[in-house]
Design a protein around this ligand. Sequence first.
Ligand code: BES
Ligand code: ZN
Length: 626
Amino acid sequence: MNKIITTTFFVIIICLIGYVGTKKTHPQKNNSTDMSHDYNSYAQPENAVVKHLSLNLNADFEKNILSGYANWQIERVNNANEIIFDTHDLTIEKITLNDDSTTTNFELKSVDKILGSALHIPISSTTKSVKIFYHTSPNAAAVQWLKPEQTAGKKQPFLFTQSEAILARTWIPCEDGPGVRFTYDATIHCPKNLMAVMSVADNPQSINASGEYHYAQPKPIPSYLMALAIGEIAFKKINERCGVYAELPMVDKVAWEFADMGKMVDVAENLYGSYAWGRYDVIVLPPSFPFGGMENPCLTFATPTVIAGDRSLVSLVAHELAHSWSGNLCTNATWNDFWLNEGFTMYFQFRIMEALYGKDYSDMEANLCVQDLQNTLKDFGEKNPDTKLKLDLKGRNPDDGMNDIAYNKGYLFLRLMEETVGREKWDLFLKSWFTEHAFQSVTTEEFVDFLNNNLIQSNKEKFTKVNINEWIYETGLPANAPIINASRFVAIDLQIKNFTTKNELDKNATAKWSTHEWLHFINNLPEKLSQKQLDDLDAAYHFTGNNNCEIADAWYYLCLKNNYTKINSAMEKFLCTVGRRKFLLPLYGEMNKTESGKKLAKQIYAKARGGYHSVSQQTLDEMFGK
Ligand code: BES
Ligand code: ZN
């Protein structure tokens, strides 16, 4: 008895020491929320976890349905008597175990609007694999089925998926959290004249006559990196390990725009260790793709709005490539740790850009990001909990956390570390972070511990003024945020001054401006401009209907703020072709601020909505109060 009491006493003391220890490192830890638990998934991988997926799907372009099976090899961890999958809008036809022909019972729980329905399947000690026969809904949120007229070629339909953050479950029953990794192989059946590509290194490079394609991804990945695109796609080689895919009429332009891809991979490897995924390819999708890019392993998915014709928007490739380390190798454990994916990737992206195009150039891009961050902080309010790097998305749609904070506050935090210890030590540290956590999912707290043990402790005097906890667990932007001077913007500021004080527009001075210089110019003009000033700007620089989507978007936004209606038809055309959410939100948002604008916004949205991917539709539906 005495022994039990003494042991209990020691256990309590040890627990207390442990508790105080963690408390010291992570003072903001909220005890009601388990830091590594994924509240955006129903799966319980701690009880039964997936290891390998064999996917077999047929793409039916008549019915807009994917159908077939997902055969999962699983591992039972805790003598669990069931395995739980995430599903959303899937019709489960039947389930068999161990490739047996007898079907097994299953239960599909009630639907949650954000999370979908949990699929419970009974298992036993002998269950090695679970084969789920199913089909998707035509409205599956991840999948966009495009009609031929929505493509560049206009002759064939197109399909693409977007799984991040929690949409993989709308086309594959899976343990849909970034903390679970698996390898996969797949077979896709599609119409004979189309090509299908996935997030693998062994994609086809030409259309095959049978309409059947096979794939293998031998590296373990989380479900949000599952991806599929089908269309009249062509391939063009850049170098031995890189190439581009695009619709046939686009592929040459894309190959020209992304000619530096191969060099980007070399530069990235030099910085933070060898590329782990075999090939690195990019596919440029039709304009309804809702993001700039998506880092699907081996095959980045990208918007055609970066094909500017002057290679000025290639940092998108640097960004998605950088995710091959920050994100795909070393993955945020839950969506609350999203900044570990995106903040690190922004930092890495700028380092690739600096190595290839110089610091003047990369700092110009970084400076624009900081301007965006400042606007977001102003919109959100400095005390808004969503301005913390570590998020709390329990009970919410993870999409709510996917904004400039993770990207640009995250970036500034890492840049501050670099400035604090110097590039040499920082680079070694970062490389070891990626290498030691390769193919793992990591929490913010694990990063903080790794940082403490591997950088701060050996450089204590340098870190006295960096308050790590403030950066990660508090709102707003800490006062010691690095200032990013963009020397190339000095000349732009002068042009703005000449225009606003003397009404001067110098075409010669602007002749060599890159997209970034134009963006800085447009975004930093006074908020209020007269109709005459806007006329003059447009006459000199032809912003309205500009083929560069970044420039057109920034211009329309400025015009909306000034009620300059001469843009309306060009803006409508833009909104009816491009589905990239980053462009849509500011424009619709600004229109919605006035009564007449609201009317126009509704009119345009009614025409354009059908052409947008569900990710954009959903955000805009919310804005329009649908
Ligand atoms: N992984 C993101 C896209 C994403 C984020 C999809 C959250 C779904 C949910 C991708 O790497 C990204 O950050 N894209 C940016 C590119 C930009 C920062 C160069 C985009 O789409 O604008
Ligand atoms: Zn990213």
